[in-house]
Structure formats: C-alpha cells, structure tokens
Design a protein around this ligand. Structure first.
Ligand code: ZN
Ligand code: ZN
Ligand code: FE
Length: 747
C-alpha cells in the first residue's frame, strides 16, 4: 500500500453549506487521516492514506458535495506523508486575502419545518429554527470566515443540547452557525406604544390576534422589517397605503402555501418552481381572484411569495388569509433593519412592532422575479440571491468597484472571473438612500476585504452615484471610468449570458432614460457592441419631453408632444383623452413650450413611447410609480393579434409617425392598439437586425421586463435565424447596470 498526502484548497461556495462535515464523513469512510478547515479563501483539506482512496476522495469531493455547494476552483498538491493520527475538523484560519464566497439567506428547509410544527420537538413553534441546509447567512455575517463568533449570533451562548448538535459531525446542525433553541437563542418581543408588552410565544399570539383584527404590524424578518396586514381586508390595505404614502405601487402578498396561492392566482408550472425555490423570491403571477382591491390596483399580476422564515410559516399557518408583506419603510426610503430604528421610524406606520434580538448585519430586501418571454428574469435581485457571483467566461485584469445607476441601484464588486452584484439599494434620490448606498458599499468592501483598483460609474453628471464615485476615486487615488448608460446595459446582458471575450453583438437597449453621448436623453438604442467599445447604429427619432422630469411622470406630456410632431397646432383640436386631460390654457402653453423647446429635452426613449400609448388610449395620464403605464399597456396585449403598424427608417432614425397614427385610429379598441404597437416594436428589431446582419442580438434595459414584447422579438428573430441574448442572472432594468460597468472597468 502506498501512502500519500494530498493538500487540497477549494474556492467557491464552500462555507456555511455543510462542506466540512461532508469532508469529515468522506475522509472517515475512506480511512483517510488529516484535517479540514475554513480559511479566508475557502476550504483547506489535507488527507493522508492509501493512494487509491485519496483518488476516490478527490473524485467524490465533486460528485457527492452538499447541494448548495459550488466549487469554483481547486488547487492540489501531493506532499510527503506526515503521519496524521486521525481526521479532524480544525478551527478556522484567517488568511491575508479573502476570496471566499458568502452564501445567500436560505428558506427554511423541509426537515426544520417538520420539527417546527411537531409538538414533541424541542423547537416546536420556535421562530428561529434552522440547520446547515437553511437559515440566514448573508444577513448575519459580520466578517469572514463564516463562523459563529463572526456572525450576529455571537451574543447567544449555545445550551448543552445545541452545542452537542453543533459539534456532532453526524448531526444536521453540525456547524450550523445560527443554531439555536428556545432555551438559548433569540426571542420575539411585542412592542406597542413605547414599550415591550410581551415576549416569546405570547408575543407571537398577540401578533396573530392583531392581524386577525385587521391591524397593521411591523414584523422583523431576515433582511429587514415587513409591514404586514390581512391582504383580503380592504380597510387594512388602504390604511397601509395611506400611512406608507404609497399610492398605487403594488404590494407583495405572502401565501401560506401553493394551495392557498392558487386560490387567488394562476401560477404556471415554471412560476410554481420559482415560488418554492430556496431563494423564495416574490414572483409576479396572474391574479385569479381579487384580493383587497388596493393590493395591486389596475394590474393583471400580483407579486406573490411563500413563507421563507420559520416565523412566516407560523404566522401564515395561524391566520386563514394571505398577508400583505411589504418592506418596512416610508416610500422611497431604505428598509428598516434595527430594533431602535424600527421603534422610531415604524411606530407611525404600524399599530405594533414585533422585534427580535438576532441582529440583522445588513439590510436585504426581498427579490422579485417575473417570467418574461418564457424565461425567469429578475426585476430585483436581492435576498436569497445576493451575494452569489455572476461567473464570467474570462478573467478581469483588476479589482473593480462599479457603483451602478441612480434608479433601482445595485453596485458590484468584480475580480478574477466573477462579479458580485450587491443587494437592492433602491432609488438614490434623497439623502437617506444615498447614505444607505454609502454604508452598503463600505460594508461589502469590508466584508470581502476588497481594495478596488478602479471604480466605474455612469456618464450622467447628475447621478448621485457619479459624484460619489468621483470623490471615492480622488480619495483613494484610483482611476475612475465612466460608461455610457445603454452600453452598460448591453455589457450587462453580454456578461449575464456568458458571451466570450472578443465576440460582438447587436445590442438593443431600450429603457426609460439614460444620458447619451450627445447630451440628449437616450432610451431607444441599437448598438454594435463588444466588451471594449460600441457604436450607436440606429435609434428612435427623438421627440420632446415637455417639462423635462415632469414628462417622465406624466405620460400625457409625452403623448401631446408626439401629437404636436404629427399635427402641429391642429393637435389641440383633436378629440383625444390626451388633449382633454389638459385645461385649454395649458394646451396653448404646452404648444408654445414645445415649439421653442424650452426645458424640453429630446429623447429616443422607448419607455416614454409606451407612456404615450397609454395616454392616447386613455388608460393613464399621470403615473403614480415608475413603469406603471408600460405595465398597463403590456396587460392589454392579446396574443391572437398578429399584425403591426407601419414604420419607416430614414438614415439612422426609426420614425414611428405612422405607428402612432395607427394607435390613434384604433384607440377605441385599446387591446388591439396595444398589441399592434408591441408587435410593431418587435418588427422594428427584426428589420434592424436584418439590416445590420449580426448573428447575435442582445436585449437589455427596463423595457425588456415586458413579457409579450420579449416573446414577440424572440419569435420573430429566431424565425429568421438570429440568436437572442437576454438576461437571466441580473435584471434588464437599471439594477443590472453595475454588472456591465464592472466588466468594462475590469478589462
Ligand atoms: Zn433546516
Ligand atoms: Zn439551545
Ligand atoms: Fe436604463
């Protein structure tokens, strides 16, 4: 028998997934001696013993590894035997450079659920039950390596029984860092009118009782607080809207299980699979039966999700209605995560607050997923997915920090062959979100011990993130790289779909607004792009946004501007909902402003074209949240409509004059007009793709959250032999920008 010693260093998702106990069991089984430990780079293993057994060990390391584990790289060295006596799990080692991946928060597993509702189990109805296969990760880690003293669980001393589980390699809770029980772990507290009035099970009973009475409760979760109320109680839901100052933007609804969810909605098989995945995102599904009318007013879909923490399961089991679970904050502010912050900021919004004493290390909103063109895409990639990396088919040359855009911000860290997009930060339009952005960047830099060698931002001079990046670059003395908004969108979808370095695509970047190279507002762009450069090939003929920012919130202003382009002053005499929306004196004024172009920038934005259609069809004249009009137009789509309106291409400009004449003509049949309009846009893509003649067409930008539009484009293009690249790992909207920026800045 030849004795050998192998030293194996693994990188990837190997901490917090039960990797060490797996290695321990495998080594024992194969009669190998040595040790396994977590270090800052991943997992380090030494095995000594029979050469053949070592070979088996190396193979099974990959084939039998725990389900959540991902090995990204392996270093292997054979050394002379040392004479180890046994195999052991050693204490974690700190290394100079951190390269380990952190796991996202995982939904409660089936085993834990069974125990949670088993009256004989010692964790019966214990809202913090978890094991190696489930529970919080990203939101409790303070520093690496992932070990209990480095998490917010450090203040809880495990009781004897918990400690026995934690140290037994055969136990499901072996090194489950948040392991706890009612004897030794975190607890619920019920807070009302300035004081704590109940604890533990009593707090839970009060919470359930108040929800049943139609009250609004703030409930501390995994990545922050939710505001909860009965989703079938219109009085409660509309009061929540009033208090939260959120007019119509849909609320997410948590259902007990798929059975209850299917009473109210009609998820497809794919949507069901997404709903029950350990990530447990909010999934946009079609309504079947109305919940309280103000849950998602005027929309076909509702954001639905299933319980993902033990407390959620307990709540939904105890009440017999689905529950609105929306982030605990005032509109436009970051989600609240700390107890004292909650009692200050949420006491006005909620009738009572349910706190617990497991601190949340960093805020992380719920993620949102929608099936678009047959493929799930992120509307928001956050809790459950962050901080998993996007793997690149090439290596970055330097460590890069990309700050993202302004709306729906995420930032990203890129190095080697990976980019880690941050959790959802939000719209950075006020001081509190800017502060949250600043804190979150510093937090992830600290967590990953990441020293950026370059920083990337948008070209827009007035984005807060651009200013932040300029200052950061100056302070650190590192280069600042600015990337044009729509190019960053296309870079993002290129990286997202794994396009190799050196290839190029026809990039279709359609969104609300972005700062163009020529100082106008872009948003309907066709770009020839590779990872190093781009060229603007075609765009929609620009039109005026009357009143600038105001036009972004008032589709009627965009529509009347298009009417002025089509009919001149005659537009004012037209019998159209758009015109009627304005008072007679306003109409005259708007015409003059349009003529002179005062505070009316030119744009090619497709997002605004959708707004204009909504206005012309009389569906929506003013928005109460971003994207609302486009969603309503999307909802009108009828797949049985196959034809489209005419359009013309002059030089590099796509002229939709005839398209809009068609929309106006069909205005009494909004569904027909909306369907033909969407088909027209898809035909535009096909026509340009044919003219340009590049094989790969990549779609990115917020407009491509539109399911029928993406469906039609794929149908038309694939029919003519084109390959269509779309997003799957990050969002096509502005939250996906940071990936594109990171890739550009890292190369
Ligand atoms: Zn579990
Ligand atoms: Zn315990
Ligand atoms: Fe954009």
């Amino acid at each position: 028998m030849s004795v050998k010693r192998a030293k194996i260093s693994l990188k990837g998702l190997v901490q917090g997934v039960g990797f060490r106990p797996f290695v321990y069991r495998l080594a024992k089984e194969l009669n190998l001696k040595g040790y396994v430990l977590n270090d800052g780079r991943g997992v380090l293993i030494e095995v000594e013993g029979d050469a053949e057994n070592i070979a088996t060990f190396l193979k099974r390391l990959h084939t039998d590894k725990p389900p959540a584990a991902r090995i990204l790289s392996q270093e292997l060295k054979f050394l002379s035997p040392k004479g180890y006596k046994d195999f052991e799990i050693r204490k974690s080692q700190k290394t100079a450079e951190t390269e380990v991946l952190v796991l996202p928060d995982l939904a409660t597993c089936e085993d834990c659920l069974r125990e949670l509702f088993d009256p004989a189990d010692r964790r019966y109805m214990y809202p913090f039950i978890n094991c190696t296969n489930c529970g919080p990760r990203f939101t409790i880690i303070e520093r690496l390596p992932y070990d209990r003293p480095n998490t917010t669980m450090k203040k809880f001393q495990m009781c004897e029984e918990c400690y026995r589980e934690y140290t037994d390699p055969k136990n499901r809770r072996f090194h489950a860092q948040p392991n706890a029980c009612p004897k030794c772990g975190p607890k619920l507290y019920y807070w009302e009118r300035g004081e704590i009035t109940a604890e533990g099970n009593e707090a839970f009973e009060k919470l359930v009782g108040e929800l049943k009475k139609g009250k609004i409760l703030a409930v501390k979760g995994i990545g922050g607080f939710h505001l909860m109320c009965d989703a079938t109680n219109e009085k409660a839901v509309s009061l929540l809207r009033e208090r939260k100052r959120r007019k119509e933007k849909p609320f997410a609804v948590m259902f007990r299980d798929l059975t209850q969810l299917e009473e109210y909605t009609s998820p497809t098989e794919l949507e069901k699979a997404l709903l029950i995945s350990p990530e447990r995102p909010i999934v946009l599904v079609e309504k079947r039966r109305e919940l309280a009318p103000s849950v998602a007013p005027g929309l076909k879909r509702v954001g639905a999700f299933l319980p993902y923490s033990p407390l959620h399961h307990m709540i939904l089991e105890a009440v017999d209605f689905p529950v609105v679970a929306t982030s605990g904050n005032l509109s436009e502010e970051p989600i609240v995560k700390d107890n004292d912050e909650a009692t200050k900021r949420l006491s006005e919004l909620a009738d009572a607050i349910v706190l617990h004493d497991r601190d949340i290390a960093r805020r992380c909103d719920d993620g949102v997923v929608k099936v678009v063109g047959g493929v799930p895409i992120y509307i928001r990639r956050s809790r459950g997915a962050t901080p998993l990396p996007i793997l690149l088919p090439f290596g970055l040359k330097r460590k890069v920090l990309a700050v993202g855009g302004m709306l729906k911000n995420t930032f990203a860290l890129g190095w080697g062959n990976r980019v880690i997009p941050s959790q959802h930060i939000g719209d950075i339009e006020n001081l509190s979100t800017l502060r949250s952005f600043d804190e979150s960047v510093r937090d992830l830099l600290r967590l990953f011990e990441f020293e950026p060698e370059a920083i990337v931002c948008d070209l827009h001079p007035r984005y807060e993130t651009t200013r932040w990046a300029e200052e950061f670059a100056k302070k650190r003395g590192i280069p600042l790289i600015k990337v044009q908004h729509h190019y960053a969108h296309i870079l993002s979808v290129m990286a997202d779909s794994g396009l190799p370095f050196g290839e190029e695509v026809l990039g279709v970047a359609w969104d609300g607004t972005g700062y163009g190279l020529d100082g106008t507002v872009w948003g309907g762009e066709f770009l020839r792009a590779n990872y190093q450069t781009f060229e603007r090939l075609f765009y929609f003929k620009p039109f005026r946004l009357i009143g600038g920012e105001r036009a972004v919130k008032e589709p009627s202003r965009v529509a009347i501007s298009i009417l002025f382009d089509l009919f001149g002053e005659e537009a004012l005499k037209l019998d159209l909902p758009t015109v009627e929306y304005f008072k007679p004196f306003e109409r005259e004024l708007l015409f003059k402003v349009h003529q002179k172009g005062i505070n009316s920038p030119l744009t090619s934005s497709v997002g605004r074209l959708f707004d204009a259609v909504a206005s012309l069809l009389g569906i929506r004249q003013k928005l109460s949240f971003e994207g609302q009009a486009a969603m309503m137009v999307e909802d009108l789509f009828d797949p049985s409509v196959g034809d489209a309106y005419p359009f013309t291409i002059k030089g590099r400009e796509i002229d939709l004059s005839e398209t809009f004449l068609g929309v106006i003509e069909d205005r009494n049949n909004p569904s027909l007009a909306a369907s033909r309009f969407i088909n027209t846009l898809a035909r535009v893509v096909l026509e340009i793709a044919k003219r340009v003649g590049m094989e790969k067409v990549a779609l990115s930008g917020g407009v491509f959250q539109n399911d029928p539009l993406v469906g039609r484009i794929k149908e038309y293009l694939k029919g003519e032999g084109f390959e269509v690249l779309t997003h799957s790992q990050v969002s096509p909207n502005d939250s996906g920008l940071s990936l594109g920026q990171a890739v550009y800045g890292g190369l």
